[in-house]
Design a protein around this ligand. Structure first.
Ligand code: PAF
Length: 285
């Protein structure tokens, strides 16, 4: 398995693969692999002739005071893990190559990015869509793989691909969880053991929302309140948001409709660590 750092080299390898009719599957990541990333790589292996994983901690999607500096980085470990899942190539460019001096072009999906993560993290999605667009241009994938835990990211990227007719199939992998239900995230590494125990409340609260829906509750506001109070019952946590949104346009319905895929999502802080999770009712992303 080759690790490529330079954009021109990655572009020439991708061009050659395409010329040979190979279907390229790209798994874009920021590294610090866990089973969530690895399961996307396995899926990519099943669907593609060549699997490429990008590892790039993208400064443009982190806001001031966020964890860009301390985000875990260990390319040697990541490469070993990726190898076990049949990844053919890792593309790990330096930031100076992705954003050379004079870089002034951005991709922005409007509307969908004003809410949820976009409201809490201004500029985050502009960073995500700009870098994902650049990665797509460099790697020329037929398929790109993203995890459902970052539900809004999936919705925004799908919209970008559709609006700009990029002709790339976005494949969404399931959220992979610890045994007690905590969604795997590279940021879980920041949690102390007490915080780790407290973090499970996020999943429990969302599941409570699902149970209420299944027992007939349709009022989105009441569902949000129930989820929020359960999270707040854990003193180590602070709610950033709990929200009910239709998947299609992220509109906030007053009543949840059984014929519309609906995202129930939440973001919480435990100490300085911000965790997100979601469930989807009546369909998929
Ligand atoms: O989900 C992530 O890890 C990042 O947002 C992504 C898609 C790799 C873009 O930097």
């Amino acid at each position: 398995m080759e690790i490529i750092n330079r954009i021109p080299r990655m572009m020439s390898v991708a061009r050659e693969l395409k010329a040979r009719g190979k279907r390229i599957g790209l798994v874009p990541t920021m590294g610090a692999f866990h089973e969530g990333h690895l399961s996307l790589m396995s899926r990519a292996r099943e669907m593609s002739d060549t699997v490429i994983t990008s590892v790039f901690v993208n400064p443009m999607q982190f806001g001031p005071g966020e964890d860009y500096e301390r985000y875990p980085r260990d390319l040697a470990r990541d490469a070993e893990l990726a190898f076990t899942r049949g990844v053919d190539l890792i593309f790990a460019p330096p930031a100076s190559e992705v954003y050379p001096e004079g870089f002034t072009t951005y991709v922005n999906v409007e509307g969908l990015t004003d809410r949820l993560e976009g409201a809490s993290r201004p500029g985050h999605f502009r960073g995500v869509t700009t870098v994902v667009n650049k990665l797509f241009n460099i790697v020329q994938p037929q398929f790109a793989f993203f995890g459902r835990k970052d539900a809004q990211q999936v919705i925004v990227i799908k919209r970008m691909v559709h609006d700009l007719a990029m002709g790339i199939e976005i494949v969404v992998g399931p959220t992979v969880r610890e045994e007690d239900g905590l969604a795997l995230s590279s940021r879980n590494a920041y949690l102390s053991s007490e915080d780790r125990k407290a973090a499970i409340v996020l999943r429990r609260a969302l599941e409570r929302g699902r149970a209420l829906y299944n027992s007939g509750e349709r009022d989105a506001g009441r569902l949000v309140s129930a989820i929020q109070s359960l999270i707040e019952s854990e003193p180590r946590t602070r709610v950033d948001y709990v929200s009910v949104n239709e998947v299609n346009d992220l509109r906030e319905p007053a009543l949840i409709r059984s014929d519309r895929a609906t995202l129930i999502s939440a973001a919480i802080y435990i100490g300085d660590t911000r965790l997100i999770d979601n469930i989807v009712l009546n369909g998929e992303l």
